[in-house]
Design a protein around this ligand. Structure first.
Ligand code: JCQ
Length: 215
């Protein structure tokens, strides 16, 4: 079972207007999240040692499948969403949170990153996914992009399904899928290909792909 509780930072202020932000020392545009509401919120919400504290900001370490696998082992996650120009640095100094980014772009707040992180993590809890999806836990996902998928009908608007997929020849199908996964990965994510441990067949298929040229 998963329980998600949303806390309002403004509930951890003590002034009449529940102010959570203030102007940056040293000047400049925008506002900074005040430290006390965040420190008081964490003190009130955290279950101490049991809680993994996470700050969602563009300055964090890049989120990925490996971090999701790490987080799913924890009973309690406390996600702190950044906004404005960010947190008063003393929040990091006091809490030593695990600072995580979901990508190199700037959003208005850490709420969507928090949902992305939760979705990727919760689907790893045993029993959350049906059998059909569970196969996709495969670490293959990280090393290589997926091969192209097709379903019925065999022809749509003159576009056909590759003949090999209708052949029933499981060995040919396996090889075709591997080759198309390699082709895609090479074209779109050459960075993944450099890190992947390729076997002899992979190298031969990549050679074929090279010969064929690409779009
Ligand atoms: C998270 N990738 C992008 C926006 C400031 C310093 O705190 C801030 C946090 C946010 C929200 O997070 C993101 C983000 N991963 O924009 C501004």
């Amino acid at each position: 079972m998963v329980e998600i509780v949303v806390h309002d930072l403004r509930a951890f202020t003590h002034d009449r207007h529940a102010v959570v932000d203030d102007r940056p020392y040293g000047g400049g545009a925008g506002m900074v999240l005040k430290p006390e509401p965040i420190l008081e919120a964490v003190a009130g919400i955290s279950r101490g040692e049991e809680t993994r504290l996470i700050l969602l900001t563009p300055q964090g370490r890049p989120f990925g499948q490996a971090i999701a696998r790490e987080l799913v082992e924890h009973r309690h996650l406390l996600l702190i969403c950044g906004r404005y120009e960010g947190f008063d640095e003393r929040v990091r100094e006091r809490l030593c949170p695990d600072e995580i980014s979901i990508g190199d772009y700037v959003l208005t707040g850490g709420e969507l990153p928090a949902l992305v992180l939760l979705d990727a993590t919760i689907r790893l809890i045993p029993g959350v996914l049906g059998d059909a999806d569970s196969a996709r836990y495969d670490s293959f996902i990280e090393a290589m992009l997926d091969f192209p998928q097709y379903t019925r009908p065999p022809v749509v608007q003159g576009l056909s399904v590759p003949e090999v997929l209708l052949s029933g020849d499981h060995e040919r199908i396996r090889r075709w899928r591997r080759k198309e996964a390699l082709r895609r990965t090479k074209a779109r994510r050459p960075d993944l290909l450099l890190r992947a441990d390729l076997n002899e067949e992979d190298r031969r298929l990549l050679g074929e792909i090279e010969e064929e040229g690409s779009c």
